[in-house]
Write a protein that binds this ligand. Sequence first.
Ligand code: ADP
Ligand code: 5GP
Length: 226
Amino acid sequence: MSLPQLQRAPLVLAAPSGAGKTTIARALVEREEGFSFSVSATTRAPREGEEDGRDYWFVSHARFREMIRKGELAEWAQVHGHLYGTPLQSLVRASEGGRHVVLDIDVQGARQIQEAVPQALLLFIFPPSVEVLLRRLTGRGTEGEEAVRRRLSTALQELVAAESFNFFVKNDSLEQAIREVRDLALTGRPPPEGTSGCVEEVRVLRDGIRSILERETLLEGPPGAR
Ligand code: ADP
Ligand code: 5GP
């Protein structure tokens, strides 16, 4: 897959579901000049409030297959039973005027971008603890036990894949996380304290999720944890 020449390295944000990746990506693009969002194509139906061309390009399966066949996608993957992909056209459009392109995609897509654009900044966002992740995943109160279990299993796979990422940002305080992501994009360098501690924190999260998934009932926990 050959990608269009971009003036600046694209910023690829990946994270376990519920870590806050979309919140951070949107805040960055809305508040900071010089950042633009790459609008993905997807076969999933729009959620309430989502707009075609702003949140996603909502397309049929047939159209998505055609995009793959014609080489119109920089990367694509199946996530939670739906197809998602980054149109080359979205990358070109978002990068106009030398802006930083922000991609909010899953880890499979992040790997494909890494192969196609070695200078891409791959940034993995993770939650401060398993309890917080569970709370963010169940926050809307609309997800049943099985849906949360599925999302946690995906989160576990994503945390395993995190090892190949360049940069890590903990999303505890949202404001601080947004600042860190912005600074990384602008400098292309990790913070002076490095990211080795983050790799260990990601391991602890993985172990925590594994033990929650072994429980018969997920939505329980020590008092005060939720
Ligand atoms: P993702 O895109 O990684 O699945 P979202 O951005 O949708 O996650 O965030 C999941 C939920 O967590 C949302 O309700 C969001 O408002 C909330 N959230 C995100 N970041 C924070 C934060 N730092 N502190 C508290 N809540 C947060
Ligand atoms: P949602 O349906 O909740 O908006 O997104 C589900 C998952 O698909 C998220 O992890 C999101 O980052 C990922 N995703 C969104 N767009 C793309 C894309 O273009 N490519 C890939 N590989 N994943 C995407």
